[in-house]
Design a protein around this ligand. Structure first.
Ligand SMILES: O=c1ccn([C@H]2C[C@H](O)[C@@H](COP(=O)(O)OP(=O)(O)OP(=O)(O)O)O2)c(=O)[nH]1
Ligand SMILES: [Mg+2]
Length: 178
């Protein structure tokens, strides 16, 4: 049985903490942010969108609007951590229950699924990112070292009659196509 966490090489000198459990029976390994980070209020983003449309008209270039919004939309919080595990396991990323209550932060993907073959993939070495949306009315500053989410090692089942899958993983966040 082999499972655990490592620091990705670009953060080797950053003094990061390997995810940890805070109590004896805690299921989740808490992940800390790898860097200071600002999560802009989603209301602020929507307000910018409305202003943009008032100024440029409803039918203005969506590309320009997206480009403007992107600079304010850092939803992927870097952890600097990669996770290794057995073939029939994945790491489930869940929000901390205190995040929505105390800071208005929600996990837009419901849960995150970190596949075993994401580890050391040639694209980004398997760095885990935690997607967060700030539902509050004010921007939220996240400091390096703050706990932002948790990972739970989980086993999964596969269908009994399945064609062999030959594709290997190279990245995440839509890397396998539409
Ligand atoms: O919260 C998350 C969710 C996913 N991932 C990484 C690990 C995972 O193995 C990979 C792909 O995730 P998923 O299959 O859920 O996303 P996708 O949109 O289907 O991307 P892909 O086409 O790369 O599979 O992205 C994260 O770092 N954080
Ligand atoms: Mg996928």
């Amino acid at each position: 049985m082999a499972r655990g966490f490592k620091i990705v090489s670009k953060y080797a000198q950053a003094g990061l903490t390997i995810p940890y459990r805070t109590t004896k029976q805690a299921a989740g390994y808490d992940f800390e942010a790898a860097a200071d980070f600002t999560l802009p209020s989603i209301w602020k983003l929507n307000f910018i969108k409305v202003l943009w449309q008032l100024r440029h008209g409803e039918t203005s270039s969506a590309t320009d609007l997206d480009a403007a919004a992107k600079t304010l939309k850092p939803f992927l919080v870097p952890t600097g951590i990669k996770a290794f595990m057995n073939e029939n396991e994945y790491l489930l990323i869940a929000n901390r229950s205190s995040n929505p209550l105390k800071r208005g932060l929600i996990l837009p993907n419901g849960i995150g699924v970190i596949d075993a073959d994401y580890y050391d993939n040639p694209n980004n070495e398997g760095e885990i990112f935690i997607q967060l949306i700030n539902m509050g009315i004010r921007d939220v500053q996240i400091k390096k070292g703050e706990r932002i989410g948790q990972g739970i090692f989980t086993s999964y089942l596969t269908a009994s009659a399945e064609d062999e899958i030959k594709t290997t993983r190279s990245g995440g966040f839509g890397s396998s196509g539409k």
